[in-house]
Ligand binder design. Sequence first.
Ligand code: GSH
Length: 223
Amino acid sequence: MAAKPKLHYFNARGRMECIRWLLAAAGEEFEEQFIESPQDLEKLKNDGSLLFQQVPMVEIDGMKLAQTRAILNYIASKHNLYGKDLKERALIDMYSEGIADLSEMILQLPLCPPNERGAKLALIKEKATGRYLPVFEKVLKSHGQDYLVGNKLSKADIHLVELLYYLDEIDSSLLASFALLKALKTRVSNLPNVQKFLQPGSQRKPPLDEKTLEKAKKIFNIK
Ligand SMILES: N[C@@H](CCC(=O)N[C@@H](CS)C(=O)NCC(=O)O)C(=O)O
């Protein structure tokens, strides 16, 4: 039996959480090797495991993959979550990049100085409801299908639903006027693999707390 993928990252969401989501939704079990200290990260860097001296790094199918999007694209291709042709793939890429742009703003929020956090949060909400969510609601409305692309689950649906959970944590009213997105969230959440991942005790990570943030800053030398 092939070894399970091994995920190398800090024990928090960060840039690895979308990879955890995608593997879980694809039904591919994985192991995690948590980086607990700056020394752990140094060791990975020194033994040549990190292409650009950065994590996420995923050991999978005999490779050591770096770069979040490359890792996601490999997993999606492997599990047939990346469209049936070039045009579907282009749509999936466009949607995934839009989702990544808003997700990046959410990811960076805890690193924001406290006096700027309110404004950053307001901007995230404004971009969510004014720019990104209307696009995806419109896509679903335009074809009336269950999933964003090709009437079939793709990585774009999984990334979007992960994002919808984060937006819900920020402000549960943000999704109020997006009926089709709420339905997509429910539909994807009810897929058996995703349902399992959403259960307590899964490898899904909670929101970042202050203590974990401080630990992450030390490991990744963030000032
Ligand atoms: N473009 C890269 C960025 C990776 C990245 O910034 N990783 C951070 C942790 S989230 C890191 O390893 N920082 C340590 C360093 O750059 O030395 C990706 O998406 O994988």
